[in-house]
Design a protein around this ligand. Structure first.
Ligand SMILES: *[C@@H]1O[C@H](CO)[C@@H](O)[C@H](O)[C@H]1NC(C)=O
Ligand SMILES: *[C@@H]1O[C@H](CO)[C@@H](O)[C@H](O)[C@H]1NC(C)=O
Ligand SMILES: *[C@@H]1O[C@H](CO)[C@@H](O)[C@H](O)[C@H]1NC(C)=O
Ligand SMILES: *[C@@H]1O[C@H](CO)[C@@H](O)[C@H](O)[C@H]1NC(C)=O
Ligand SMILES: *[C@@H]1O[C@H](CO)[C@@H](O)[C@H](O)[C@H]1NC(C)=O
Ligand SMILES: *[C@@H]1O[C@H](CO)[C@@H](O)[C@H](O)[C@H]1NC(C)=O
Ligand SMILES: *[C@@H]1O[C@H](CO)[C@@H](O)[C@H](O)[C@H]1NC(C)=O
Length: 486
């Protein structure tokens, strides 16, 4: 693969060498300047090719582009002729900025290659995250530059590619690695925020050799954002081992160009289940370390003996919309079944008043998570792999809530959990329109969830039995040995 790319690069550059030198002959007829210019152009192109090839080679082993840039800096255009200087000026002037948000695609912003940086294509290998990397072979060694302070209208923000030694006028070069995120929803919602971060963790884990970004730049519809929700901020701090530097371009007037940039705009799109699981494994592990939760759980390790495994059964409650209509009745049912099983530990927690680390710690000792449909369920991936989730919906969701209601089935599958199905309340608030009328959803959306003691009891008895069985089987293989990227 790398060899092919290399061969391609060499072919291309020898072609461009021929093209450039023949152009220069026709353009500059005086013999004297020809004598000076041709060697200069050849040296210039040779250095360029040489550097590009070196970059291709080094990018497979050490992805740092610093050596690449410092080589560029050593090419002193001042040694060459006026004509070559004029060419550099032309290159600098030809850097073209396009709007970050391409309004031609506003009806199809979520499809294909998006309205964000619409002229660019992602790099994508089977099963891997889709990303853009600058500078790269695909960008012909050019850096990404962004003129993007606007936080109200993304079509006023713009981007361009430029060669490192002919950056646009007044550009500020930002050193190190920059992560640039595009999110169609927002960075406050746990689920949408997480979806935007997962590809960066995937890149960090595999393609970026665990490198830590020097800064993050967050865009929503091409508009600059300088904050993410607290839960997400903690998770990223945990994953990357320190406070995030979210760029606001304060004090930067002109364009910012990035020594190295990685751009994500397709969330988890394209990633295989295996890759997603690796990402969730890494975030779970780092979050536990960050929150001082022991990586080795306290269960007895003895397998096949009489020692009972511990099973954590947690009722994770909501308040307000989609809470249980009668919490204490639901508690009674689950607590009663837990009491009947040796080793079962029952807990009730409210998601509204738990800190990030409270949630991580709670989930680390939970094997069966019982919770209504809602953002708090995103915490499920902090449980050990193969843990169980039982989900509850109010009336009317199956028909009216759309495909988004299955997100916790998806997260369970991607993070290696077992989704044990959902209970859908057959009873609920009355709707004055026919049941499947969309207007009913605004009523159902905010309603509460009832209970069915018979059904809940049978359901959790079965889950408890299966979990007890598989935990006993798996007990010896569960021990963790530290996080990836340590
Ligand atoms: C260009 O000139 C500088 C000193 O002005 C020198 O150090 C450098 O080696 C020269 N580079 C080339 C390619 O001739
Ligand atoms: C660069 O910045 C200076 C001072 O702010 C300004 O006068 C000049 O027009 C800018 N140049 C370009 C090409 O934008
Ligand atoms: C974890 O432990 C370290 C050192 O003991 C402490 O500085 C840090 O505040 C703790 N973090 C949490 C979330 O408790
Ligand atoms: C809630 O359930 C409990 C236990 O089943 C019952 O005693 C109580 O009356 C119920 N509360 C309401 C408001 O229905
Ligand atoms: C957390 O919230 C629940 C529901 O509002 C409340 O019953 C409980 O007392 C709260 N716990 C703490 C520690 O504030
Ligand atoms: C999860 O379950 C699968 C299938 O039962 C099993 O092969 C795997 O070892 C389990 N993983 C862990 C971490 O227990
Ligand atoms: C409760 O669940 C049981 C078992 O699934 C079912 O037979 C019964 O009809 C349900 N009761 C109500 C009131 O829906």
């Amino acid at each position: 693969m790398t060899k092919n790319v290399l061969a391609e690069t060499q072919k291309n550059s020898s072609k461009s060498k021929k093209r450039s030198s023949s152009t220069s002959i026709s353009l500059y007829s005086p013999k004297l300047s020809l004598v000076i210019l041709v060697p200069c152009v050849i040296i210039f192109i040779f250095l360029q090719t040489h550097t590009l090839i070196q970059f291709v080679q080094s990018s497979s082993s050490s992805p740092s582009s610093w050596s690449f840039l410092s080589k560029w800096n050593n090419i002193n255009i001042n040694n060459c002729s006026l004509e070559l200087k004029a060419m550099a000026v032309k290159l600098r002037n030809s850097v073209t900025f396009l709007p970050l948000k391409d309004l031609r695609y506003d009806k199809t912003a979520l499809q294909g290659h998006t309205w964000f940086m619409s002229s660019m294509y992602d790099t994508h290998e089977e099963g891997e995250v889709q990303y853009q990397h600058f500078p790269s072979v695909a960008s012909e060694g050019r850096l990404l530059c962004i003129l993007g302070h606007d936080n109200h209208d993304g079509s006023w923000n713009s981007y361009a590619l430029a060669w490192p030694e002919t950056l646009p006028y007044n550009a500020t070069l930002l050193k190190g690695l920059t992560f640039i995120s595009y999110n169609h929803y927002n960075y406050d919602n746990i689920w949408h925020g997480l979806s935007a971060m997962v590809p960066f963790v995937a890149w960090h884990r595999r393609l970026g050799s665990c490198r830590i970004p020097n800064r993050w730049i967050l865009y929503h519809w091409g508009e600059l954002r300088t904050k993410m929700g607290s839960w997400l901020g903690h998770l990223m701090e945990a994953t990357y081992g320190g406070a995030l530097n979210i760029e606001g371009f304060d004090g930067i007037e002109g364009p910012a160009c990035f020594e190295e940039a990685v751009v994500m705009r397709h969330n988890e799109g394209g990633m295989s289940r295996e890759r997603r699981m690796e990402v969730y494994d890494l975030m779970r592990c780092k979050a536990r370390v960050y929150c001082n939760v022991s990586l080795v759980d306290g269960d007895p390790v003895v397998k096949g003996k009489d020692v009972a495994v511990i099973i954590g059964l947690t009722l994770f409650m909501r308040t307000g919309a989609r809470s249980f209509r009668n919490d204490s009745a639901v508690v009674e049912i689950f607590q009663g079944e837990c009491l009947k099983v040796e080793g079962c530990r029952f807990r009730v927690a409210y998601s509204n008043n738990l800190s990030f680390c409270d949630q991580v710690s709670l989930m680390s000792s939970t094997d069966i998570l019982v919770s209504p449909h809602g953002a708090q369920l995103t915490n499920m991936f902090f449980m050990d792999r193969n843990s169980s989730v039982m989900e509850f919906f109010p009336k009317g969701w199956l028909k009216l809530a759309g495909v988004g209601q299955f997100v916790y089935h998806w997260i369970a599958s991607w993070s290696g959990m077992r989704h044990r199905g959902a209970w859908r309340d057959p009873h609920g608030d009355d709707c004055p329109y026919p049941e499947d009328n969309r207007r009913c959803f605004s009523i159902y959306k905010a309603s509460k969830i009832g209970h069915n003691a018979t059904f809940f009891g049978e359901w959790v008895r079965n889950v408890l039995q299966e979990v007890k069985h598989s935990k006993t089987e798996e007990a010896s293989s569960l021990r963790s040995t530290g996080c990836a990227c340590d």
